[in-house]
Design a protein. Sequence first.
Length: 361
Amino acid sequence: ISPVPPYSREQPIFTTRAHVFQIDPSTKKNWVPASKQAVTVSYFYDSTRNSYRIISVDGAKVIINSTITPNMTFTKTSQKFGQWADSRANTVFGLGFPSEQQLTKFAEKFQEVKEAAKLARDRSQEKIETSSNHSQESGRETPSSTRASSVNGTDDEKASHGGPAEAHLKSENDKLKIALAQSSCNVKKWETELQSLRESNARLSTALQESAASIEHWKKQFSACKEENDQLRGKIEELEEQCNEINKEKERNAQLSRRLQELETELQDKELELEELRKQGEIIPELMSECESVSEQLQAAEKKNKDLEEKVRTLRTEVEESKHRQTSLKTELKNFLDVLDGKIDELHDFRQGLSKLGVDN
């Protein structure tokens, strides 16, 4: 129930918006949000009672109902947050403002209202002391007037002297009775508001417990997600290492491909050279056949030597020349065969190295 309508004599003197918090009654350390969002927070002035209150309502729920007393102190705990303790409500209220300027304005208004409440308290004490002194003076004057009337005056004079003092006391008593009735009514209303605040605190405690359970659940979910994230990071690092190895292997394959092309080019050159050697080797049988024919001719000449001794002398020179030519041809042929054997051995070794390289690749 909103506390404002029953006190129609109260008027707002300052209004702002802020997030409302209350101290946790169990720990007295942590702040518990009293509103889900920023709400209106107002200073109200009661002209009849000459008192000031801070009131804030969230929908149909009263979240602040604090009467300002001279003993209260508003403390700035940060650039946008302030708090004050209310001993009557047995709690500490906290306000979070959107800006530092709004917090400063609220604090200045709190100090102003606090000084006004102190001034009002001092005036009320002066009035009470004045009324008490006046009552005592009236009490002291009444017996003297009564004694005077009994000695020098009549009963009518006595009534005229004692009537005003009794009327004043009666009016004061009536005022005190009215104030006592109002205070009793206020006590009942405060008890109702206190009960509603206790119920609100119970609901807030339940909501806090539920939020704590949900926080634990989300912490577990966060831990699981963190572990899964760590595993995924490990897998990503392994894949990156594998990719690096693959890239290195690609580079090695590219180098081997270039080397293979170079070897194929060299092989083609060697094959051309071998083909030339083969062509030259085809001439050898002709030379061998020539050598055989020369040998046959030599044998025939030797056979005819007996018969043609005379011709031998004349032909000896030609035979010697033929032998010399044959010897030189044999020497050249032997050298050529040696060179050919060396080339064939080199080509054979080259082929074996090429086949071994192809197998390794």
